[in-house]
Structures are given as structure tokens and as C-alpha cells.
Design a binder for this molecule. Structure first.
Ligand SMILES: Nc1ncnc2c1ncn2[C@@H]1O[C@H](COP(=O)(O)OP(=O)(O)O)[C@@H](O)[C@H]1O
Ligand SMILES: [Mg+2]
Length: 359
């Protein structure tokens, strides 16, 4: 018998239709470059910007083009997308576990997780319900508020109400939230469609902009504070990393500050009082457990000027490049990027063994 343990095939699922396609490509390259190849064999499965699933062989070719031609996204293959999709989906059955690295809609909102449940393959990260709650900021805010987590006040709007009575809807939100206010689509990420409003005119523009991305929009009280984040890792007994802080030169942490401005900095650990970081870590674990997360999540807070912490959001598929906050926080705690990847796969297998086998 072969003394060497059989290597597990790990489908690394990345790309996708969201604005975070490029980050996802970098995360996948990071994971495939660092994964412990003594134990795991990475199998790349890319999804193009148009939503076409590529087979592992096509994904390898597209990755070669990304490397040689310095492209930032996966090429759309010529020919019949539907046929590729069937072949690509079949590849999900030939792997031992999947590491989903697709952000946003159809990646971290529970739909992909539902597909993986149907296929019956173990996967890294949150299940269907936690993914759905993590993605939908409206449901998430309501849920956390009802569980007494400190969250910013908000008003939630529907596109149908807005179409019928723009003035009334804006006046209602203004009366409850006041200024400055943050306006954002319920289902979005990377700050896309998010703006800060200081006047009624701003507010109406911001609401119209946010409705370009979703049928639900949040108008939130602006919190005057610093942005701190905690990485949580584990299944039923999750652990919290040290706290990190993000600083940027912009009015808020917008798309440009997130991905294009090299003056944006991640600080690990955050320079905040010990009591505040302990509280952030406790709240992060409590939020993670409350929505029944698994594997990993990054939990983001505002550390307000008065010293209080406000829970902003839980990200179930956080940026996962070697330079991203989530891996950096664990690295600071002594867990290398490589070991973090191994641990996440182990957690996926553990979670899978606790449930039924799918179809
Ligand atoms: N209520 C708020 N108060 C202050 N800043 C906010 C508020 N809501 C959002 N922001 C700013 O907008 C950024 C993006 O909003 P966020 O809710 O985190 O959505 P995304 O999923 O796009 O990251 C935050 O990182 C922060 O800079
Ligand atoms: Mg955010």
C-alpha cells in the first residue's frame, strides 16, 4: 500500500459576476500558491464575469493568460456556455471539498452554498442560512438589532415604495435618520452603490443610486468612528483573532479606497484600548454564533469616538489574498496563510461529516 496519504482534491471556486471578480482571482491565486500540496491538490474552477462556469482545464488556460498577459479577469470562452457549465458543474463531484472564493451575489449569499449542499460536497465557510444573512444587510441589521447587538439605526426602503412616492420616502427617512446618513443597497459589497448624504438633495440622489443595485435599500445613521475588524475561525467553538484597523484617505471606505488607493493601510493589531479590543472580539464571536456561521467570517465594527463599538457587518467570504485583513489577522496570531487554508479545509470536512449526504 502507498504509505503516502492520498491527497485531497480541493476545488478552488473563484471569479464570478460581482465587482469583486478581480479580488477573487487574486485570492484564488494566493490559495493555490500557498496550499499545502503534501496534503491537498488544488483544482481551479473559475466563473467568468458573464457567469460562465469553466472546467478545471479551461480555468488553467485562463489563469495562464492572466499570468502571461497581466489580465485581471478570467476570459470568457468561445462557444456554448451552457455546455461548459454542465461539464464544470460535474467537476464539483470529482473533488473532495470546495473552497468558495466568489464574493457577492451567487457566491456568498447562500445560493452557491445551496448548490454545494445539493451536490453533497464539503465546502469551506458558512452554510446557506448564515451566508444569506451575511449578504443581505437589511435582514442582517434587523436580526442583530433583535438580538440586542449594537448596530446603527436604519430605515429600510423598497423600490416599489420609492417608485410610488419618492418625496414621501425621502422625507420619512430624513425624519428618522437625519444627516449625515449612509445609503446602501441591501445586497452589495465593496461599497458599490453606497454614498454619504448630507442634505435632502444628496439623500434623494443617494437613494436613487442605491436602487440601481437592489430592490432594498438601507438609510443608516452615520457613525463617527474608526473601522476595526476581527477574523473569526471555527465551527461551533469559533475563535477570534486580534483586532485590526483600516485607515484610508477618503470620506469613507469606498471602492477606490478599498482597491485602488495605495495609501489605504491595514494595521494589525489596532491601536485601541485593551478593553475595546476584548469587547470587539467577544461581540465578533457572539455575532458569528448568532447567525450560525461556520469556517470563517470577518466581523466589521465602528469604534466610535465615545469608545463604544457598533457592529457594521459580517462578511462570510472576506477578501482572502495573502495581503487581505483576514489572513493577516491570523498571521499575527501565529497561524500562517498555509496553515489557515489547511484549517479551513479541515473545518469544512468536520462540518460535512455532521450532516446528511445531499442528493
Ligand atoms: N452607518 C455608517 N456610518 C459610517 N460609515 C459607514 C456606515 N455605513 C457604511 N459606512 C462606510 O461605508 C463603507 C461600506 O459600507 P458597508 O456597510 O461596510 O458595505 P460593504 O459591504 O460595501 O463593505 C464602510 O466601510 C464605511 O466606511
Ligand atoms: Mg464593509
Amino acid at each position: 500500500m502507498n504509505a503516502r496519504r492520498k491527497r485531497l482534491k480541493i476545488g478552488v471556486l473563484f471569479g464570478g459576476r460581482s465587482a469583486e471578480h478581480e479580488v477573487s482571482v487574486v485570492s484564488a491565486q494566493g490559495v493555490m500558491g500557498a496550499i499545502d500540496t503534501g496534503r491537498f491538490q488544488p483544482v481551479p474552477i473559475g466563473v467568468t464575469r458573464q457567469g460562465t462556469w469553466l472546467t478545471p482545464a479551461q480555468t488553467e488556460q485562463a489563469l495562464d493568460r492572466i499570468r502571461s498577459e497581466r489580465l485581471k479577469s478570467l476570459d470568457e470562452p468561445l462557444g456554448d456556455g451552457i455546455l461548459y457549465r454542465v461539464q464544470a458543474l460535474a467537476s464539483l463531484r470529482r473533488v473532495d471539498a470546495v473552497f468558495p472564493l466568489i464574493h457577492g451575489t451567487n457566491g456568498e449569499d447562500g445560493t452557491l452554498q445551496g448548490l454545494l449542499e445539493l451536490v453533497g460536497v464539503p465546502y469551506v465557510g458558512a452554510g446557506v442560512a448564515a451566508s444569506a444573512l451575511g449578504m443581505d444587510k437589511a435582514l442582517q441589521k434587523t436580526f442583530f438589532r433583535h438580538h440586542n447587538f449594537p448596530v446603527a439605526d436604519d430605515v429600510q426602503l423598497l423600490a416599489s415604495q420609492w417608485r410610488n412616492d419618492r418625496q414621501g420616502v425621502a422625507a420619512g427617512a430624513e425624519a428618522i435618520i437625519g444627516y449625515p446618513a449612509f445609503v446602501k443597497p441591501a445586497n452589495s459589497g465593496s461599497s458599490i452603490g453606497t454614498s454619504k448624504a448630507r442634505s435632502r438633495e444628496d439623500l434623494e440622489e443617494a437613494i436613487a443610486e442605491a436602487f440601481r443595485y437592489d430592490r432594498k435599500v438601507l438609510v443608516e445613521r452615520a457613525i463617527d468612528g474608526r473601522e476595526v475588524e476581527v477574523a473569526v475561525l471555527g465551527n461551533d467553538e469559533p475563535e477570534a483573532s486580534p483586532v485590526g484597523e483600516i485607515t484610508y484617505h477618503a470620506e469613507f471606505y469606498d471602492y477606490h479606497a478599498k482597491y485602488e488607493d495605495n495609501t489605504t493601510q491595514l494595521h494589525v493589531p489596532a491601536d485601541i484600548p485593551e478593553t475595546a479590543s476584548e469587547r470587539a472580539r467577544e461581540l465578533a464571536i457572539a455575532a458569528y454564533k448568532a447567525i450560525d456561521c461556520a469556517g470563517l467570517a470577518r466581523v466589521d465594527f465602528f469604534y466610535a469616538r465615545d469608545g463604544s463599538l457598533v457592529l457594521n457587518e459580517v462578511n462570510t467570504i472576506p477578501g482572502f489574498t495573502p495581503m487581505s485583513m483576514y489572513p493577516k489577522l491570523w498571521e499575527h496570531a501565529g497561524l500562517s496563510y498555509r496553515d489557515l487554508i489547511s484549517r479551513l479545509i479541515e473545518l469544512a470536512l468536520e462540518r460535512h461529516s455532521e450532516k446528511g449526504r445531499g442528493l
